[in-house]
Each structure stands twice: as structure tokens, then as C-alpha cells.
Design a protein around this ligand. Structure first.
Ligand SMILES: Cc1cc2nc3c(=O)[nH]c(=O)nc-3n(C[C@H](O)[C@H](O)[C@H](O)COP(=O)(O)OP(=O)(O)OC[C@H]3O[C@@H](n4cnc5c(N)ncnc54)[C@H](O)[C@@H]3O)c2cc1C
Length: 443
């Protein structure tokens, strides 16, 4: 039998593409060597959010008295690691079952095996060779190995939650959303945490207004943050940075990412970092082979990978759909949450694009105050003549959901007038979005 498409890797890029391919009538098989859901479901996006939720709830429980609830003694509130992990595992299992259902509904075949690409139309797995019209590579990425750190001092993210007795002094090495989220999680559960970023930008690509907010959050929580391009371990448990000695028990590796490439008997063009090169339609240097997700090196976010996977399948079916990475949101599940979409102020300045800023704070919002979460703002960057929205930044308890309103606006090239005129239900935190729209119209 000849397949229309074989997908290698069942993470968010692969599993969404498989369902889409089945939906549009393709004969599709998806192969994964380890698990359904990839890194995202099994130890990335989902388990971290579930564990973070437990940590945030623990903090919230400590504030119960301020909501008029008696009987909770803050000093007695602790995280039951095993119970929290069990809950996280339950969430993962439900989502995996959801994917299996979706595949079944759309006629997707699944094979658990390591795949090898034989040529542009053949894939080998489980000692069988399968023929296919197209191949989609979605094999993901992993953090680079940390050199110079003794094995017993190293914590890899993949195994972090298996540590039931995490030591007290933990250094998070890395930058980006993952490093920030782990820093917050470990802080919330009471660890002495130090973040060491290899670059000045702890969150590369973030608008500096939000970076400044994040820095203030770290200062407020007394989380030391250092910038250092290398880790210099001087004594057994000390990292030296400038004139500081930072004690640590373990280092969590949130380092730069590198591509996970499947074994291949043909040659695909790679970029200078080792990721698979592709055109705007996710087609590699061999036209029948496509790539999506982390292994493309274009973005390291699950939703972008899923969108790329869909785009690749659409292209195989003759649909040329433009995909603008700038319209993909960047979410940080910190406390409060942070989200951003579109251009930053720095990017607009660099391109010489005129813009105006409309901002509104949660401090005056009824729902935010009622919920006791009034830290944050919505900030809109817009084009001054017609008011088209160029970028949105949100800090709010549910910023990662609220950003979807901005995603739609940017997709339809909406304006600040559209936002200001949209009736937002009261009381909702989303009203701040409307207020920021009005603030943009005023200035
Ligand atoms: C701690 C953490 C938290 C994160 N949180 C978020 C978040 O909140 N939001 C977000 O958008 N992103 C988040 N990410 C990033 C997100 O997990 C990745 O961007 C996403 O998983 C990439 O999807 P993918 O399909 O490209 O690859 P993966 O999810 O890595 O899946 C790749 C799959 O390919 C399989 N595979 C590899 N080689 C082969 C082979 N030769 N044969 C068969 N199978 C193979 C692997 O077994 C794996 O299942 C997080 C990442 C981490 C580490």
C-alpha cells in the first residue's frame, strides 16, 4: 500500500498535521518512537502548566484569610509533590486519549517505532519499508548538553518532575519562556532559586516594557538573576560569576535548543544551527519532504508547530496559505501571566514605523480587584493614521487566554477603533482590552 503522507513524530506539529491530513482525505500514517503528544504533552507544556497551577494554588491558599476564609494556616500549606504529579499525569492521559480519538475519527494510522528516512518516498520503521507520496518530519528539539557540569549536579527538564526530593538550592541555566516558568515554579514551591541567563535578553523577542515588568517581578520575589555566557563551577557546589559565588545543589538545564534529526539515507539541507531548512510552505530541499515544529528551527512553540504542520498538509493539497510568525502569540505562564503578539516597540523603532501606545492598567478593573489579582495591564501599539493594531502586550492573571482577542484582531487587520467599539461584558478582566483601545483612540 502507498500512503499519501507519513509523519515522523507525534508532538503538536505531527499530531495536528495527522488529524488534518485524515480530515482532507489523505491516507496517513504517523510514527513516533516514544509517545503520543511529544515533549509538549508528556513533559513540556502540559505537565509544567499543571504543576505550576498546583504551585499557584498553594500560594493562593496562603492568602485565604484575606478573602474571609478561616481555618487555613499559611505555615501548614505545602505542596504534596506526588499528589500534584498524579493530577498532572491524569491531565496528560486525558489529552492523549483525545488525540487517539481524533486520529481514529479521521482514519489516521499510528505506529510506535523509530523511523528512518530511506529516500524521498520511503520510510523504514519496525523493519518494514513504507512507500509514501509525502513525508513530514516533526521530530522536535532538545536542550544542548551542558558542558563542565558534573553529571550528579545536572537536572534535565525531561526528568525534573520525577525528583520527589528536589534539593533546596537550584540554579536555572538558560533563557526564554521555559527558563522563566521553571524559575517561577521552583520559587513558588519554596526553593532558593537563581536564574543565570546566557544573554542579556532573558526573554529574547519580548517588548522591553514587559521585560522591565518581569525584572521587577524577580526583584520583588528576591530571585537573583545573572547574565553570564558560561558556567564556571569553581568548587564542588559553587558557580562563580564576576565576584559572586553562587551556591547550588543542582543546575536545571534550560539551554539553547538543538534539532532532533531522524536517521536519513538522503541529504536534506540544514541551516547553520543544524535545523532542517524549509521554504515558506515548510517544504525542505527535497520537495516531497516537509518539516514542521521545533526541528524547523523557526520557532520553539507548540502552537506554531501545529500551525506549520497544518500549513504543510494544506500545501500538499495545493493550498498556498501564508503564515506570518509575527501573528503567533508568545505566552509566559508566570504569575501574573504575560502574553505578547505582533511587533514590539523596539522592532517598530528599528524599522522606522510610526506608532502610538495605548495602555490601561488592571488596577481599576472590577473583576481583577474582586479576584484579588489586579497587577498588570493591556498595552496596544497601533499605527497612528488608521489605528491598525501592530502589537499587543498583556500582563494579567489570564493574559495567555486574553491574547487570543488580539490574535483575531491582528489576523483581520483590526484597528483600535474596533477594540474600543467592541462591547466587552462587565465585569471581566477583558474590559481592560477595550479600555486600552479607548486610550489609543484618545492620544
Ligand atoms: C518545559 C517546557 C514547557 C513548554 N511549554 C510550552 C508552552 O506552554 N507553550 C508552547 O507553545 N510551547 C511550550 N514548550 C515548547 C513545546 O513543547 C515545543 O515547541 C513542542 O513540543 C514542539 O513540538 P514538535 O511537534 O515540534 O516536537 P515534540 O513535541 O518534541 O515531538 C517530537 C516527537 O518526535 C518523536 N521522534 C523523534 N525522532 C523520531 C524518530 N526518528 N522516529 C519516530 N519518532 C521520533 C519524539 O519521540 C517526539 O514524540 C515547552 C517546552 C518545554 C521543554
Amino acid at each position: 500500500m502507498k500512503y499519501d503522507l507519513i509523519i515522523i513524530g507525534a508532538g503538536p506539529a505531527g499530531y495536528v498535521a495527522a488529524a488534518r491530513a485524515g480530515q482532507v482525505g489523505m491516507e496517513v500514517m504517523i510514527i513516533d518512537k516514544q509517545y503520543i503528544g511529544g515533549m509538549c504533552l508528556n513533559w513540556g507544556c502540559i505537565p509544567t502548566k499543571a504543576m505550576l497551577e498546583s504551585a499557584k494554588m498553594m500560594q493562593r491558599a496562603k492568602e485565604a484569610a484575606s478573602f474571609g476564609i478561616d481555618g487555613i494556616i499559611p505555615g501548614n500549606v505545602t505542596l504534596n509533590w506526588d499528589a500534584a504529579l498524579k493530577r498532572a499525569d491524569g491531565v496528560v492521559k486525558k489529552l492523549v486519549r483525545g488525540i487517539e480519538f481524533l486520529w481514529k475519527k479521521n482514519g489516521v494510522e499510528y505506529l510506535q517505532a523509530e523511523a528512518v528516512i530511506i529516500d524521498e518516498h520511503h520510510v523504514e520503521a519496525n523493519e518494514q519499508v513504507f512507500e509514501t507520496e509525502h513525508i513530514l518530519i516533526c521530530t522536535g528539539s532538545k536542550p544542548m548538553k551542558l558542558e563542565g557540569v558534573p553529571e550528579e549536579k545536572l537536572l534535565e527538564m525531561e526528568n525534573l518532575f520525577q525528583w520527589h526530593d528536589l534539593p533546596q538550592n537550584i540554579v536555572v541555566w538558560g533563557h526564554g519562556t521555559v527558563a522563566v516558568e521553571y524559575t517561577q515554579f521552583l520559587y513558588l514551591i519554596g526553593k532558593n532559586i537563581t536564574l543565570i541567563s546566557p544573554t542579556v535578553d532573558i526573554l529574547p523577542g519580548l517588548d522591553s516594557y514587559i521585560s522591565d515588568f518581569l525584572s521587577k517581578t524577580f526583584k520583588r520575589d528576591k530571585i537573583p538573576v545573572y547574565i553570564s555566557s558560561k558556567l564556571e563551577i569553581t568548587k564542588e557546589s559553587t558557580i562563580k560569576i564576576a565576584d559572586k559565588d553562587i551556591p547550588f545543589d543542582k543546575i536545571l538545564n534550560c539551554s539553547y535548543r538543538k534539532a532532533i534529526l531522524p536517521a536519513m539515507k538522503i541529504k536534506l539541507e540544514l541551516d547553520e544551527r543544524g535545523f532542517i531548512k524549509s521554504n515558506d510552505m515548510m517544504q525542505t530541499s527535497i520537495p516531497s519532504i516537509y518539516v514542521a515544529g521545533d526541528v524547523s528551527g523557526k520557532s520553539f512553540l507548540a502552537h506554531t508547530g501545529s500551525a506549520q504542520g497544518m500549513q504543510a498538509v494544506n500545501h500538499m493539497k495545493g493550498i498556498h496559505e501564508e503564515f506570518d510568525l509575527k501573528k503567533s502569540p508568545l505566552n509566559i505562564y508566570s504569575d501574573p501571566e504575560i502574553a505578547q503578539i505582533g511587533q514590539t516597540e523596539q522592532q517598530l523603532k528599528e524599522q522606522g514605523i510610526e506608532y502610538k501606545v495605548g495602555i490601561y492598567f488592571l488596577l481599576a478593573n472590577g473583576k481583577a480587584l474582586s479576584e484579588g489579582n489586579s497587577e498588570g495591564f493591556v498595552r496596544i501599539l497601533s499605527e497612528p493614521k488608521y489605528g491598525e493594531v501592530l502589537g499587543v502586550q498583556i500582563v494579567a492573571p489570564n493574559a495567555t487566554d486574553m491574547i487570543s482577542e488580539a490574535s483575531i484582531l491582528m489576523t483581520v487587520e483590526g484597528t483600535v477603533y474596533d477594540i474600543a467599539q467592541t462591547i466587552h461584558a462587565h465585569p471581566t478582566v477583558s474590559e481592560v482590552f477595550m479600555d486600552a483601545g479607548m486610550a489609543s483612540v484618545d492620544v
